[in-house]
Structure formats: structure tokens, C-alpha cells
Write a protein that binds this ligand. Sequence first.
Ligand SMILES: Nc1ncnc2c1ncn2[C@@H]1O[C@H](COP(=O)(O)OP(=O)(O)OP(=O)(O)O)[C@@H](O)[C@H]1O
Length: 313
Amino acid sequence: MTTELLDTPVTGTLALDLRGLRKSFGTVRAVDGLDLAVRPGEVVAFLGPNGAGKTTTIDMLLGLAEPDEGTVQVLGLEPTSAIAAGRVSAVMQSGGLLKDLTVAETIELTASFFRGTRSPKEVMERAGIADIADRRVGKCSGGQQQRLRFALALLPDPDVIVLDEPTTGMDVEGRRDFWNALRADAARGRTIIFATHYLEEADAYADRIVLVSHGRIVADGSAAQVKSLTSGRVVSASFAGPLDEAALRALPGVQDVEVRRERVIIRTTDSDAVARHLLTATDATDLEIAARGLEDAFLALTTDHAESTGSIA
Ligand SMILES: Nc1ncnc2c1ncn2[C@@H]1O[C@H](COP(=O)(O)OP(=O)(O)OP(=O)(O)O)[C@@H](O)[C@H]1O
């Protein structure tokens, strides 16, 4: 079930225009009827659990795989034409770097293969690696190598950058530096689409989250909009003695009760009823009521239960 939240009319040439995309591998429907329109300048997170169809969609976006059905246009062109014209670049997860070259040599060598690229100095600055220009690639951290791949992708000065899980395996600091460099560059108007299964990355760095599950889009909007698709609140409290979980589950609106050590966490559509019960019928203390986060929306929207019942709309 698709939940289209962005209601601004789509006008002008789209950065990305995917229509009715389908792709199967044997009996596996990797992409199962996917429509997506991305406007120039948007930073879009393509978020979904393992096997949701993100990489397959990105491969079709980059002309690396042919759709069984549907069409893909990048800046109004076939993907391969857009890439040949230097208007779209990809940042891949691994490979493609020579460990004995320095950062600057890697960029200079790549630039020498093409005509009319941006200057190596400029792309290093944009990718935040000018200070490590003389470092050998083999000595760079995972995050620095990924920023180098980003610098290489910037060489043709593309209008669109596509990244497939670019920060997998990087530590927190490396991921933050990578995204800060990317975000700063995106502020200049480049369109960016990245696949991720890190919720916090999607939340922190994308203007728009496209949530995919089983090859289909199940939610599409800002992080706040996607979060708001899961109604209700999370009530939590500490308790010292035994807790009657069954009594909590029986309260109106309660969807889920979880006990973590001495704290109980209750997902509910009626937080008042839960709070009243906890404070009057139990010895619970430190009560907190919070809006549901992106993780809750992610789980609710991508579980088989939500899909098969169509309960999220
Ligand atoms: N070349 C292939 N041959 C067979 N099955 C494939 C192939 N590529 C992908 N699949 C299957 O298609 C489905 C979608 O895979 P895809 O890699 O697109 O998902 P993903 O969302 O990128 O997942 P992940 O986050 O794990 O990378 C999965 O069930 C996967 O096993």
C-alpha cells in the first residue's frame, strides 16, 4: 500500500522519474510496482529493511539492470545517457580504489580519464578531504575512503548523485563526517538519493524519506510525516515490585507492552488511560509519555502484518 504524502504538484523536468517499475529474480519479486518522482534539489533517503528492493531499484536507476516492466528516467534521459553525459554519478559501497596512490593522485588519475571535470582541489574541498590529500588510500579510514569516492563522484559536477548504503561498516564519527560533507554539497542544489537501512541517517540527513518494503513504497514524506503515520504514543515508567502486564494489555488502546529491566514501555493510542492506570493502580514512578519515533513507523510500516492487513494508510 502506497502512502503518498507529498502533495505538491510535480512540474518541470524531474531529477528522477520511476514509473511502474517491476523486477523479479526467479520467483522473488525484488521490485513490485514502484513509482517515484524526485524533484531537482531533493535529498531523498530510500529506506527499507534487508531485501526490500533498494539495491535493485538503484541498479535500474543507474542503468545497471533492466526493469521487467516500467520506465526509468533520470533528468528526462535514459539512465545510461544521463551517466554518459556526466549528469549522474554513483557512490558505491566498496572497491575501485588503489591503496598505493594518495588521495590527490587518485582524484588526478580519475580526472585524467575524462574531459572537462571539476578541479581535483575543488572536489577534495567539497568532500572534506583536502587536508588528507597526500595520505595513501590504504592508510585512510573507511569514512575517509568513502569521502574520496564521493569526491570522485563530484568530478563531472553531476546534477544527481546516487548512493547505495554508503556508510555501511563505518563508525559513528566517520558516518557523521561523510554525511556532513554530503549535506553541505547538497545545499548547493544537487539532487541526492541514498539507500540506507539506518533510520537515524534517513532522519538526520534526508528532506524526504521513501520507505520501501517488499519492493513497494509504503510511505513517502518528511521524517515527521512518516513518523506521524504511526498513531499513538509510547508511555514508559519505572516499577519496583511485580507488574501485572495482563492488566496493562487489557487497557483500551494498548498495542504492545514491553518490559526492559525495571522499566515498562507501552505503545498505545490512549496514553491518558495508561498513565491514569499506572499512577493510580500501580506503584510506577518516573512516568514519561513520548511521541512515537521513526523506528516505530519503520517497524509498523514494513512488517508483513502491516502490509497484509493494509492497516497503515
Ligand atoms: N541477482 C539476484 N539474484 C537473485 N535474487 C536477487 C538478486 N538481487 C536481489 N535479489 C533478491 O531480491 C530481493 C531484493 O534485493 P535488494 O538487494 O534489492 O534489496 P535491498 O533492499 O537492497 O536489501 P539490503 O538492504 O539487504 O541490501 C531480495 O530478496 C534479494 O535476495
